[in-house]
Design a protein. Structure first.
Length: 218
């Protein structure tokens, strides 16, 4: 899902950068990002794990690739603000050091994977947990599965729309949207299962861990 340089025209580069920078400026100005030793440790540890997972890429038709995101898990464990910060850190390092995703498209990549995926995963988890009632290993697996699936699917759809509407990309949105949406619909199931299993495992080990982590993320 990392969009390389040359796929987006200047118009889409400007829009995605503006949206991304505006989001993080809002988080900073509103006081939602209050870094301390504990939060920095959690962010860097989770970022390292997500970084490793995202390095596994599978090329797909339409000019981009398929890989796990980790956005839902980051949002659920750290809250939406710190989850977004974690993914942004991962994506910046990938672009600057490993050339995974372009510099002109970094705004779009962070928007898709660091904002849309994280917020979708977090709020899907939040509202489905309300419907499930009392947290349990089973309910956390189900809500984690739904959150992971939704985060990957919608991030893929956003990526398909961006590259499909860009005049510089050779295929239109009628091709890119079904390709990206379809493949990420399937990948989302895998991501959802992994997210659900991780949450269920943490809950089994110590139920207080999830609540403690989410409190730090508020």
């Amino acid at each position: 899902m990392h969009i390389p340089d040359g796929f987006l025209d200047a118009y889409w580069v400007a829009i995605t950068y503006a949206a991304t920078l505006g989001y993080y400026a809002y988080l900073s100005a509103s006081g939602r990002l209050r870094l301390d030793t504990m939060r920095v440790s959690l962010i860097t540890t989770l970022a390292a794990a997500i970084f490793a997972a995202q390095m596994l890429n599978w090329p797909i038709p339409g000019g981009t690739s398929l890989h796990l995101l980790g956005g839902a898990l980051a949002g659920i464990l750290l809250g939406p603000a710190y989850g977004s910060l974690t993914l942004a850190l991962v994506l910046i390092v990938q672009a600057l050091v490993f050339h995974d995703g372009g510099l002109t498209t970094l705004g779009a990549n962070i928007l898709n994977m660091g904002i849309i995926a994280v917020l979708t995963g977090y709020y899907t988890f939040k509202y489905t947990m309300k419907l499930m009632g009392t947290p349990s290993s089973k309910s956390l697996f189900i809500t984690g599965l739904l959150a992971g699936w939704a985060s990957v699917f919608l991030a893929g759809v956003a990526c398909g729309v961006e590259i499909g509407l860009s005049p510089r990309f050779p295929y239109g949105v009628e091709i890119t949207l079904p390709v990206m949406g379809g493949w990420h619909f399937a990948l989302g199931i895998v991501e959802g299962v992994i997210t659900g299993l991780v949450l269920s495992y943490i809950y089994k080990r110590d139920p207080s861990i999830i609540e403690a982590l989410r409190t730090l993320g508020v």
